[in-house]
Design a protein around this ligand. Structure first.
Ligand SMILES: [Ca+2]
Length: 499
């Protein structure tokens, strides 16, 4: 096609188009990348060394939504959106630096505020941008800039994130089905308001009863004993429970015997543990959720800053809000009214499916922050709304990760190309992003994904991750360390939870 637009130079991208202002656009030569603000600002999103030359675009939208776009010299024709978790306010330099060498143009947004502003949730625009607007607007801006820089449009666009970044992936699928051809949603917390009520409630309960306050060591004891009871049931004693749904280890034997001071819980602590892992009850005793799966730890100590901000700043607009006024059901209703798009549990994804969109969800069974149960329940709701799990599986799959905590970590095999996983193999069989790309571009649905457990540089073991409701089953013959000795089989208890 003759007469098309010519590619623009990197620096020519600077300037303003509508509400999108490119503040700076500069070439960056491969090597160590040191963003403004230093490592502390970026935490787990801090960059790794960059292996490709790129054009670095720094911009803002509507004056307040920060975004950054990296345009590699050797572009693979794809755009990757890199999500940010927690209460955002930073850029996901980790996934950008991991994926730029694979040829993606990568975009990330702070979701409309800076981490340095602790009370950003008081602003209605900042809240809406955080809930859903910022990622969408940054995606649109990125697509337009890609088109100018390379003089051709994006071939395919993908989004990947974990935790709040996984929730961003779900929001894109639900609200903006044309933005991405495929999304990877890790530990997405689809019912974040309810999850937040649960976490705030048990943190406050423990503050009210200091003698029943559970420490990290108490939770570790509970986890260890539960795993000891259930570990071998999947045929392999490896410290990992393949399917916690079938693990029912009584907590009563954690109670300290007379004179016992270690490796046990006092009666008040045991009662607190039992309350926390049971379904959350509202003020009239009705269950608000299904409780925690066996062996799942929770965050010890006082409520996290994000929880406090949600209530003090977003809901009550009062930084001195007294948490003793917290009421489970009333405050859940109130936060859902105040931040209606914070939840990401809509099953109305037909526009995304009709476009041929694909989604992969992944979730650590042992996640203490965004618990596994709600992610399974959302997947079950999607299956019910879209003709059952087999039919849904043509477009959306959920991979549960045994023994994984929040996005990574824990006793299981926790490295499979998810958000922040280092290294990212770039091969569909062991890199969840590339398995999504194969699904979208080559119609090869992911039947399994190999996850690796690393101890330092060494590979300790590998495992197969399987599409829900399947789990990995040991064949009883091969070396139990390696994924080749496992196959994916449908698990009846997991299938039951879909109903
Ligand atoms: Ca096991």
């Amino acid at each position: 096609m003759a007469g098309g637009p010519a590619p623009e130079t990197c620096s020519a991208l600077a300037g303003r188009v509508g509400q999108v202002e490119v503040v700076r656009a500069q070439p960056f030569v491969a090597g160590a990348f040191k963003p403004e603000g230093g490592g502390k600002t970026w935490g787990s999103y801090a960059p790794l060394p960059v292996s490709a030359g790129l054009c670095r675009v720094q911009g803002r939208i509507e004056g307040s939504i920060g975004f950054e776009l990296w345009l590699p010299q050797d572009w693979n024709g794809r755009l990757l959106g890199a999500g940010v978790g927690g209460d955002a306010g930073v850029f996901n330099y980790r996934d950008m630096s991991l994926r730029i060498g694979q040829g993606f143009a990568v975009v990330t947004t702070d979701s409309g505020h800076k981490a340095s502003d602790p009370h950003w949730m008081r602003g209605a625009k900042a809240r809406a941008d955080y809930e859903h607007r910022a990622v969408h607007l940054a995606t649109q801006a990125a697509k337009a800039l890609v088109r100018r820089y390379y003089a051709k449009p994006v071939d395919h666009a993908y989004f990947m994130g974990c935790s709040g970044g996984g929730r961003q992936a779900l929001k894109e699928m639900q609200l903006y089905p044309a933005d991405y051809d495929g999304v990877v949603a890790g530990a997405p917390g689809p019912y974040m308001p309810l999850q937040s009520v649960r976490m705030l409630w048990f943190a406050l309960e423990q503050q009210r009863q200091p003698a029943a306050m559970l420490s990290d060591a108490d939770w570790a004891l509970y986890e260890r004993r539960t795993f000891e009871a259930c570990d071998k049931r999947d045929g392999v004693k490896d410290g990992v429970v393949e399917n916690p749904l079938t693990c029912h280890a009584p907590t009563a034997n954690l109670l300290c015997k007379a004179g016992q001071l270690q490796d046990c819980l006092t009666a008040p602590k045991l009662a607190m543990l039992d309350r926390i892992i049971a379904p959350l009850r509202d003020e009239r005793g009705r269950a608000m959720d299904k409780g925690l799966l066996a062996g799942v730890r929770t965050r010890p100590g006082p409520p996290s800053p994000l929880l406090n901000a949600m209530w003090a700043d977003a809901l009550h607009d009062d930084p001195d809000w007294d948490a003793r006024q917290f009421a489970r059901s009333a405050d859940l209703a109130a936060i859902n009214a105040k931040m209606p798009q914070l939840r990401a549990d809509s099953t109305a994804i037909t526009p995304f499916l009709k476009r041929g969109g694909k989604a992969i969800l992944y979730q650590g069974w042992q996640d203490p922050s965004t618990n596994a149960g709600p992610t399974i329940d959302y997947y079950a709701a999607l299956a019910r709304a879209h003709g059952g799990v087999t039919r849904l599986g043509h477009s959306v799959r959920l991979f549960m990760v045994p023994g994984m905590y929040h996005c990574r970590g824990g006793p299981g095999a926790d490295s499979f190309g998810g958000s922040g996983h280092v290294p990212a193999s770039g091969e569909a069989q062991s890199d969840i992003l590339w398995s999504l790309i194969d699904w979208v571009e080559k119609t090869r649905a992911p039947a399994q994904i190999i996850a690796t457990r690393r101890e330092g540089e060494a590979v300790a073991f590998t495992r197969k991750l399987c599409p829900y409701p399947a789990r990995a089953a040991y064949d009883g013959r091969g070396n139990s360390r390696w994924a080749a000795s496992y196959r994916c089989v449908t698990d009846r208890a997991m299938a039951r939870r879909l109903r």
